[in-house]
Design a protein around this ligand. Structure first.
Ligand SMILES: *Cc1c(COP(=O)(O)O)cnc(C)c1O
Length: 427
């Protein structure tokens, strides 16, 4: 064997080893509040870094285009069985590389180019793949958007219903990237059946809550349910599609060979691990805490004079109007970053600011909850956010918050073993 094959990362590539070490430190010493992010377990990381990355396995278990698939077949079967156990779906495809590819596979399995999709307005919380003009979805299909009402900032189900009758879409989409309220999947499913449309829920954000029974499941009401596995579900960065049995063949053909070639079998195995974790009682306790933490955070921020879109949150995420306190979302994101709090700027519904500035930030509780933080820490963090934004151009104020963030982070260690190992290796 060549000498390249048996050396550590630090020996082969000190540059990348140092970058990973820095990222481990960044994760450990910042308050990660991006609503779509989370920290996976050591077990999931181990599967992701396994030799399964070597295997070509085009096709499906028992029907592969390559030999040597007996073990990866078993991994994919486990992932599928566990997904079915968690979500009670009829059919599941665990191969999508990402949430976007999961959505693409559904569209390509049932739509023709130019067909009409009724989907949630991106400016009101929808996702790129639900019809952004630069995304394949917006370029391939006719998109009719529905949104939230100006008064309640919750989904305007009456508008959705009216538009469905008016445009007779082939597919009705629901699910969002920045929506803090329960989505009435039953009602949307009924509208779809009334107008003869197919229905799809994209639960990328809330999959963990659905898995734990803390958000009503879309499975009984929708033809297709897509998700990512790396947000609240806390698995590897990847996607998945569930559907009714009648669409199973078309869906599987759309994932492979229409959208993808060989599946990432290390990621499929890591999904199986994530699903095993999701079947543990501890997972439900975690998701309950995610919701409790988000509620406390929303309440405290609102007491500090920020406006929470729709007045609060039912899930893991909130949209916070910072413009009411005199700064844009971009200014808030930058100031918070200096203070060690990671969030993203986000447009709010009916935003008066241009998208690159935005009036809001999107904040989520999943990653901090994984670290073990609870309600008392959320109160402290809301105070730190408010203090930072009160004087958002003052770098020394941000620095003072930064020190307290460091201390808080030290009390809730993250990937401790890795930090120790990589600092020893990169010395
Ligand atoms: C995150 C997200 C996706 C896409 O996930 P990627 O894995 O980044 O492609 C799709 N839909 C919704 C609603 C999302 O929030």
């Amino acid at each position: 064997m060549t000498s390249l094959m048996n050396r550590s990362l630090a020996q082969v590539d000190p540059d990348i080893a140092a970058i990973i070490a820095k990222e481990e430190r960044r994760l450990a010493y910042n308050l990660e509040m991006i609503a779509s992010e989370n920290f996976v377990s050591e077990a999931v990381l181990e599967a992701m870094g396994s030799v399964l990355t070597n295997k070509y396995a085009e096709g499906y278990p028992g029907k592969r285009y390559y030999g040597g698939c007996e073990f990866v077949d078993a991994a994919e079967e486990l992932a599928r069985a566990r997904a079915r156990a968690i979500f009670a779906c009829e059919h599941v495809n665990v191969q999508p590389h990402s949430g976007s590819q999961a959505n693409m596979a559904v569209y390509l399995s049932v739509l023709n180019y130019g067909d009409t999709i009724l989907g949630m307005n991106l400016a009101h919380g929808g996702h790129l793949t639900h019809g952004h003009p630069l995304n394949f979805s917006g370029r391939s299909y006719k998109i009719v958007p529905y949104g939230v009402t100006q008064e309640t900032e919750t989904i305007d189900y009456e508008e959705l219903e009216r538009l469905a009758h008016e445009h007779k879409p082939k597919l009705i989409l629901c699910g969002a990237s920045a929506y803090s309220r329960v989505i009435d999947f039953e009602r949307i499913g009924r509208v779809a059946r009334d107008v003869g449309a197919l229905s799809m829920a994209d639960i990328a954000h809330i999959a963990g809550l659905v898995a734990a029974g803390l958000h009503p499941s879309p499975i009984p009401h929708m033809d297709f349910v897509t998700t990512t596995t790396h947000k609240t579900l806390r698995g590897p960065r990847a996607g998945m599609v569930m559907c009714r049995e009648q669409f199973a063949k078309d869906l599987d053909r759309a994932v492979f060979p229409t959208v993808q070639g060989g599946p990432l079998m290390h990621a499929v195995a890591a999904k199986a691990v994530c699903f095993k974790e999701a079947l543990e009682p501890e997972f439900k306790t975690y998701q309950e805490q995610v919701i409790r933490n988000a509620r406390v955070l929303a309440l405290e921020l609102s007491n500090a004079g920020f406006r929470i879109i729709s007045g609060g949150t039912d899930n893991h995420v909130m949209l916070v109007d910072v413009f009411v306190r005199g700064l844009t979302g971009t200014q808030a994101e930058k100031a918070l970053e200096r203070a060690g709090v990671t969030v993203n700027k986000n447009a709010i519904p009916f935003d008066t600011q241009p998208p690159m500035k935005a009036s809001g930030v999107r904040i989520g509780s999943p990653a901090l909850t994984t670290r073990g933080m609870k309600e008392p820490e959320m109160k402290v963090i809301a105070g730190l956010i408010s203090e930072t934004l009160a004087d958002f151009e003052n770098e020394s104020a941000a620095k003072s918050v930064r020190e307290r963030v460091n201390r808080l982070c030290e009390s809730f260690p993250m990937y401790e073993g890795r930090l120790v190992r990589s600092s020893a290796q990169t010395k």
